[in-house]
Design a binder for this molecule. Structure first.
Ligand code: MG
Length: 354
């Protein structure tokens, strides 16, 4: 690469972190504080190979011929309902997607509810209906559950934990450590919709953003991609921390550099306008129905064609490439041709977005 990166991406919206002996909101951001918490507290304590791999789901060998992908996710989004979705749809799709990102065929979910005393049945029923609709679309079954109730004021309506299990077909090898120099980075569509849709539901925008969350189950899209090509090396959904943080994770896991072309990254005009108003970079805003695929260059166009024929991949584009230089780093080639370093999300930008 001829040019040196000229600008370091600073903290997007830092949380002051003076209190090092206790949890701060940034520990739930999906960014640097979350990663540090996981790396320093949870991984050393639990010490399994699956956790250490650091992927969207843990992969375990169930017997000599069956590998399972298992993921769990707690959902605390506020408000419970927002344009394009609600906490129930999020709880199903978020876990389905994390399991599917390992190339697994997602089979079963569990659902654990923490309900606040006073939560209306009408609210709960809407959430349950939404979960069942999302599960039906994803073709997964909810096979076990749990219900707890806490006193009024001890929760915020309701929280949902879901765990998902999928079977990884023989021959499928997908993981964050498998990006190779020469690979191409594909993004399945415009970024930042989910974060901005939730903010608009909170009344934090001065204008009608008209942005719908992109929440969607991506398992059928992934199945079509894996049917078409054996050169899909990495799949990951850029949820909390956004595309910038997710690509940094992959660059570090694979020990490669990733270059993005700023002009090629799709952002809807309403999302861009909202981000400008709020001082956000859409690269750090959460998505719930998008994926990043890192694919062998020779098959990238074929994978892209297949994606574009699928409902949730219709706006897929190639946004960058993988190289051996600058291992562990993500560079953005800007519209004017300079390079800037894209760091992980620091602090907390949008609390309780999922
Ligand atoms: Mg994920």
């Amino acid at each position: 690469m001829s040019e040196e990166p000229v600008t370091i991406q600073g903290p997007v919206c830092p949380t002051p972190v003076q209190q090092r002996d206790r949890i701060v909101m940034g520990h739930g951001s999906g960014g640097k504080l979350s990663h540090d918490l996981i790396a320093r507290k949870f991984v050393p304590a639990f010490a399994s190979a699956a956790l250490r791999a650091g992927d969207d789901a843990g992969v375990v060998q169930a017997n000599t011929c069956t590998r399972l992908a298992i993921s769990t996710d707690s959902h605390v989004v506020w408000p419970l309902f927002f344009p394009g979705g609600d906490i129930g749809k999020l709880a199903v799709c978020g876990t389905v997607n994390d399991v599917a990102m390992m190339g697994a065929v997602v089979k079963y979910l569990t659902a654990g509810f923490i309900l606040e005393e006073g939560c209306e049945f009408d609210v709960l029923e809407r959430v349950i209906d939404s979960m069942q609709a999302a599960a039906a679309e994803a073709a997964v079954e909810i096979v076990a559950g749990d219900t707890k109730v806490v006193q009024k004021g001890k929760a915020d309506g309701l929280y949902i934990n879901t765990t998902g299990v999928g079977v990884i077909p023989t021959g499928i090898e997908i993981g964050g450590a498998l990006a190779q120099p020469g690979d191409v980075v594909i993004l399945s569509g415009p970024i930042g919709d989910h974060g901005i849709a939730v903010l608009s539901a909170r009344g934090e925008l001065d204008f009608e953003a008209e942005v719908q969350s992109d929440i969607a189950p991506l398992n059928h899209l992934i199945a079509a991609m894996l049917d078409a090509s054996e050169s899909v090396h990495v799949l990951r959904d850029p949820t909390r921390g956004g595309v910038a943080t997710t690509l940094n994770e992959i660059a570090k896991q694979s020990n490669v550099g990733i270059t993005l072309w700023e002009k090629s990254i799709p952002v809807r005009p309403a999302v861009r306008a909202a981000c400008e108003m709020l001082g956000f970079d859409p690269m750090y805003v959460a998505n719930e129905g998008k994926l990043i695929a890192i694919v062998g260059r020779e098959e990238a166009d074929r994978v892209l064609d297949i994606m574009r024929k699928q409902r949730y991949g219709a706006e897929a584009v190639i946004v960058g490439e993988v190289q051996a230089e600058s291992p562990g780093r993500v560079l953005l080639k800007t519209a004017i041709g300079s390079h800037r370093l894209v760091d992980v999300l620091l602090g907390e930008m949008l609390p309780r977005i999922c």
